[in-house]
Design a protein around this ligand. Sequence first.
Ligand code: AMP
Length: 427
Amino acid sequence: MFKNLNIIEPILKALAGEGYVKPTTIQERAIPAILEGRDVEGCAQTGTGKTAAFAVPILQLLYSGRKSGQAPRRTAGRVSALVLAPTRELAIQIGDSFTAYGKHTGLKNTVIFGGVSQKSQTDALRSGIDILVATPGRLLDLMQQKLVSLQDVKYFVLDEADRMLDMGLGRDVNRIISKLPHERQTMLFSATKSQEISKLMDSLLVNPVKVAVTPVSSTIEVISQEVYMVDKKNKKPLLVDLLKGNSADSVLVFSRTKHGANKITGDLIKSGIQAQAIHGNKSQNARQLALSNFKEKKIRVLVATDIAARGIDVEELPLVINFDLPDVPETYVHRIGRTGRAGAEGAAISFCDEEEKDMLKDIQKVISKKIPVVEDHPYAGLRASAAAVNPSSDKGRSPRQKPYADNGRKNNQRSRTNTKRPASAQR
Ligand code: AMP
């Protein structure tokens, strides 16, 4: 229970309002450590409850500091807590979490990110803010304009540090860190721990409490995974067939490229399936709209690139489809981790063409298991004679070859030739 973690009443009330009953593992371990003033090194990905694991204690520490009169008064352009996130979507979600958990504390947060006018962001900063959630680029920009100062920061969170480095934001992050006071508490979260991340941890954290949850190499067990071996040009009709034969009401489809995401979206719409794309070339407004349409179930399919998908947090997402396999095997784990949240069952389907076979091998190495291959599908037999197949037509498909099993959460009995799951996939 959250009460056992010595969380104060105004926050407990907000958590109850969110419907949280029990803390997640990372919350159980990180919250007391942060409340004690320790630095934290968290190896955890989205879906583990890591946002509340740092947001709740930061809110509590700030609230207590204010009450006791120890914390400085709210001052225009200065902040007491800083959270850095790699993407706008993630930053917005973190801001929403602070708002939700802190709604009875009187503490104020704001979110700043690039790609939109800075006016409302600087207005908010001027009005006095306790907690700032920011993407690195815009924060540096506002720091250079002297619209925000980090000199009062007591709590610093670096979220999704690995993604931050992957996105080439390391230098910006370092420049921001160099402006932080030495006397501070630091919390660093990363889904993976490369050499570079270890170095960053060593340089930033002082005697940290280490909390590792669901390491990236162990794919969440509740997610059923399958792979369809399919020719590149048959991926589109296969996707349409799968979506039509599946009852999942929200499906996240991953494309390796922005162009691919647009193309898949267009093809789905032509086939009568409501879909929208979300990727870095879309305006901030278009991305927000696509995301809210998806969350509100106005569209069934969201087609995303990896970077845009970071931080997409949709409760009860039953199905993820990898239209393309990711180049970086760990990304596979991030992608499929979008489903099967909070213990719910989820399904992940991947398409693998000839050129992607090595990527599949690498992924299986990282997750230490073989992903079952669905052999019984209409495009399986067409691989050898692919040249003869018109990719946009249904010709060549016999009616008996339409066994698309429902990968929605209700049905776990899929029809495939190799129905026996590999030993490593069984508990
Ligand atoms: P995160 O890993 O922070 O992105 O959180 C993943 C999801 O879990 C979010 O939708 C949170 O609202 C939800 N969540 C976080 N903590 C809890 C909890 N203790 N009980 C139930 N849901 C939670």
